[in-house]
Ligand binder design. Structure first.
Ligand code: GDP
Length: 301
């Protein structure tokens, strides 16, 4: 799997090393597995859940061979992820709604929000959709300029009012432009300030409220972007943002730069929000549809 080599090598090689010279899955092996999962950023709660399930299988079959551990781990992780009933995407398709489909993108600075918006716009455009972007991250100096650059590169219009302007008003204009142009999709960037919980909540609520003056069913999607290489920080941000607004989908970036893809497993388990996209590089094509089975398989390849 392109871009995920680091993630792959690590879990597999760690697991292989842990079971070298051991034939039975015993407490010692399970302890090592627990450490591997935690050090891969799966998170404590999800790790304990997985270990418990494997313990239950060991209890049933006292002579469980370590050579079977990889298969069992894979089965249990997939089963865990499948508890989230939403379907994995099959392609970068824009869901059928009254046009335009509006995606509001949230996340803290530096996680790859702007880049993900550019990549998504490119994918939607490639499939024949009319796309409009809204530069609503008006607090970060370079964010508006960066989104404009992405707009030029991809070839889609960017609605912007410059820096330090009201993000809600940018969102309003972007959705309005989308309606006027009969666009298929409008992607609105927002500022990801985590200063105070109430502040974040109010800001996101205001952006929603104002864009709803154009169409009352928007945004159709609130996409939270998380940096997959930041481990615990990604968990903390997921918690803060899901408390501040209704997050409907996740994009987890920078999985090319980390050996700790486990964060994807932990976050989908803890938050039960579908991971729709994963970022595996800085280039325009380095965004993939997330598929649970393929991702888990890639961890062991
Ligand atoms: P924002 O502040 O959240 O809008 O973050 P940016 O989109 O500006 O991204 C911050 C940095 O992360 C930039 O240097 C991007 O090129 C880089 N970046 C974004 N996504 C990925 C990814 O999936 N992989 C890698 N390696 N870098 C990424």
């Amino acid at each position: 799997d392109k871009g995920l080599e680091k993630t792959n090598q690590n879990l597999f090689s760690k697991l292989s090393r842990a079971i070298v010279g051991k034939s039975k899955v015993d407490d010692e092996v399970l302890d090592e597995l627990e450490e591997i999962l935690i050090s891969s950023d799966v998170g404590v709660d999800t790790t304990l859940k997985i270990i418990k399930r494997i313990e239950a299988r060991v209890a049933k079959d006292k002579y469980l061979n370590t050579s079977e551990l990889e298969r069992i781990l894979r089965e249990e992780v997939i089963a865990l992820l499948m508890e989230n009933k939403t379907q994995d995407l099959e392609d970068f398709l824009v869901p059928e709604v009254k046009k335009p489909y509006v995606i509001m993108v949230v996340g803290v600075n530096g996680v790859g929000k702007t880049t993900t918006i550019g990549k998504l716009a490119a994918q939607f455009l490639k499939r024949g959709n009319k796309v409009v972007l809204g530069a609503g991250d008006t607090f970060r100096a370079a964010a508006v300029e960066q989104l404009k650059l992405w707009g030029q590169r991809v070839g889609v219009p960017v609605i912007e009012h410059g820096m330090n302007t009201d993000p809600a008003s940018v969102a309003y204009d972007a959705v309005k432009k989308g309606v006027e142009m009969n666009a298929d999709v409008v992607i609105v960037d927002t500022a990801g300030r985590l200063h105070t919980k109430v502040g974040l909540m109010n800001e996101l609520a205001k952006i929603k409220r104002v864009m709803q003056k154009v169409a009352d069913d928007v945004p159709h999607e609130v996409l939270l972007v998380l940096d997959g290489s930041t481990g615990q920080n990604a968990f903390i941000q997921a918690k803060e943002f899901t408390q501040a607004t209704e997050v409907t989908a996740l994009a987890i970036t920078k999985l090319d730069g980390t050996a700790k893809g486990g964060v994807v497993i932990g976050i989908s388990d803890q938050f039960k929000i579908p991971v729709k996209y994963i970022g595996v590089g800085e280039k325009i094509d380095d965004l993939q549809i997330f598929n649970r089975k393929e991702f888990v398989d890639s961890l062991f390849k």
